[in-house]
Design a protein around this ligand. Structure first.
Ligand code: SAH
Length: 311
């Protein structure tokens, strides 16, 4: 099964790039419930999120070593979902040697990824294709809110934006983003701020943008939190729309599985109505193809990414 999953990744490379990152195994969607394997250049990161997959961890490690000969394999089993399975929480280098960061190529840009300490397995692989796509909408002043390492913003800068502002509440994330900008010889401004406050203050300040990207963490972590999450999504989308110039582009994501695409669309519509803006959907996107959706297993489709024009 592992060999089959790995062979399915062939042909999914993004053309015209020398990318060396991607998800190699996506759990149930690849027929191996609970197993996640991500690649960062020569380093593999493994998660076993179900009790069954966890019991087989030694086997996965042996097989991955044999089939892919990575320089190191990291176990990132520090997710909350493991606690629900009654599993312990740990992250460590399980084989080979790892310097603290790995330099990777993604969408024609270089990033430093820390597989032991970075968010998720070190980086957000699921937005890869959407970030690359965003570069095609680059124009004038661009804002990347909830930027982490600046993945969207750097693509906008690469695509020819005149000015790119990156916003995150974590100063550590913004340091990573600034390093990535320097590494790629791109110019960005960084703002450590709570996104809700920042968007509000920008409006009071009379600022406007040609492109705004919203990529918040999952606001709805379970069914019960959907109403609260909906208010959060509505608020950031409304505030972002108020900052958009006529004809401006909003790239708005939700990675909450519990928030359906239809519900998310309605929230954006309602934000548009409150902002007095008519919205055109240019693209309705999802997670990158190396996070395939298994039909009949709706949990495997979690990422929504709308590209909208606000008129
Ligand atoms: N767009 C990124 C991934 C974003 S992950 C990429 O493509 O790689 C979500 C980010 O939102 C995290 O970096 C987290 O620090 C940040 N964040 C969470 N809550 C926030 C808030 N209220 N205000 C600003 N940033 C926030």
């Amino acid at each position: 099964r592992l060999a089959a999953a790995l062979s399915l990744r062939r042909g999914l490379e993004i053309s015209d790039t020398n990318d060396d990152v991607g998800r190699l195994v996506f759990s149930e969607a690849d027929g191996i419930p609970g197993l996640i394997v991500d690649r960062y250049a020569d380093v593999l990161v493994v998660q076993t999120l179900s009790a069954g997959a966890d019991r087989l961890l030694p086997l996965w490690l042996e097989l991955l070593d044999e089939m892919l000969s990575p320089t190191a394999i990291v176990e990132r089993n520090d997710t909350h979902s493991r606690k629900l399975e009654g599993l312990d929480v740990r992250s460590r280098v399980v084989s080979g040697e790892l310097e603290s960061t790995v330099v990777v190529h993604d969408g024609g840009l270089e990033f430093e990824v820390n597989p032991l300490l970075g968010q998720k397995t070190g980086y957000f692989l699921d937005q890869r294709e959407n970030r690359l796509r965003a570069s095609e909408y680059a124009a004038g002043r661009c804002l990347d809110v909830f930027c982490y390492q600046g993945g969207f913003g750097l693509q906008l800068a690469r695509g020819g934006a005149e000015e790119v502002v990156l916003v995150d509440q974590s100063s550590k994330s913004l340091q990573l983003a600034q390093r990535a900008a320097d590494r790629n010889k791109l110019s960005v401004k960084t703002e450590v701020a709570n996104a809700f406050d920042f968007l509000h203050d920008q409006q009071v300040d009379g600022q406007s943008y040609d492109v705004v990207v919203l990529d918040p963490p999952a606001f709805a972590k379970n069914k019960n939190s959907i109403p609260r999450a909906a208010r959060g999504y509505k608020e950031i989308n409304l505030r972002a729309l108020k900052l958009l110039k006529p004809g401006g582009i909003l790239i708005s994501s939700s990675c909450s599985y519990h928030m359906s695409e239809e519900h998310f669309e309605n929230i954006i519509l309602s934000a548009g109505m409150d902002a007095g803006r008519t919205l055109q959907v240019l693209e309705r996107r999802s997670q990158a193809r190396d996070h395939p959706v298994r039909l009949g297993f709706p949990e495997s489709r979690y990422l929504k990414c709308f590209v909208l024009r606000a008129i």
